[in-house]
Design a protein around this ligand. Sequence first.
Ligand SMILES: Cc1ncc(COP(=O)(O)O)c(C=O)c1O
Length: 347
Amino acid sequence: MCTAPHPLAIEAHALFIEANLGNPGLYPGTADLERDVIRWLGELLSHPTAFGHVVSGGTEANITALWIARNLTRRRKVIYGQTAHFSFGKAVDLLGLEPVVVGQDASFRIDVDAVAREIDGDTLAVVGVAGTTELGVVDPIADLAEAVDGRAFLHVDAAFGGMVLPFLRRMGHDVPPFDFSVDGVFSVSTDPHKMGLSTVPSGAILFREEQGAELITVEAPYLTVKDQRSLSGTRCSAAVAASWAVMSHLGREGYTRVVERCMSLTERVADGVRGAGAELVLDPPPMNIVAFHHERPGAVVAAMKEKGWCLSRATHPRAVRIVVMPHAREETVDAMVADLGEVLQKV
Ligand SMILES: Cc1ncc(COP(=O)(O)O)c(C=O)c1O
């Protein structure tokens, strides 16, 4: 899910290379940029007044959401699907929480009935994913909210999908509600450094309300501000400036064109994969990720690596996974598909 940042993002990043948002009094301009980025993302995710921070990526965003939730209630169980990102494993371990991992339905979405069965008085949070890492599937967030019914915090991990799904919707795709438009969604993660064409490290965590932020606040006597409320101390302002620049420049129109191009290349990859005789896990792919069934995905990935291509594996189900990011070109796709055809004849 890595790609070449937009040239303006790179330029803005370079201008702010030494700035540290961990000590915003020294770099007040970048704190303003952060507020603008959060507002932009909040508007995109149906909640213009969302409270939040720019963080280092999806992992820190997911940890921060569960950190605040835990401090608000001190309950322990976190329910998530086997398709959720491994950062939730880190989060529950760090926070001393208990993971409850549920299976998936026939469409590779979290099994909502299983979630409903698991919720009890010790359930802290339920996690839904809007754009799973392996397949780009959107969990039924509205159904999850109904199952949760206010008894736990509902966190949505849209680290990848947050900068894709709103634009797919603008293109006319049928995208189910996945963000703050769903009553009961407590927090949403979204990463400008994935499909947002910003620089690394640039993630974001957004909350419906500021409530609870004080519970992760620590005094910071030697800084220009009196306290800090983020997991990271020193924070990369350069990536915030990069996000600000690319969001201001592209706007929703520009991002829609980026996603449109990725989806047309995704269809080209999918055609090539079908032509090579492989069966897509989801046909058509719901987002810019193509996955096809294979008994030995690791062997395919290794053989493609020898030819210079970086594909990866999916585990639920066992498949080869190809993420079509904005730096891809038609001629690159065609060359990759040709090599893939040869590899699939042998492996
Ligand atoms: C859905 C999802 N959540 C979280 C993450 C973790 O993001 P990061 O690697 O930026 O910490 C990823 C990474 O691909 C992801 O796909």
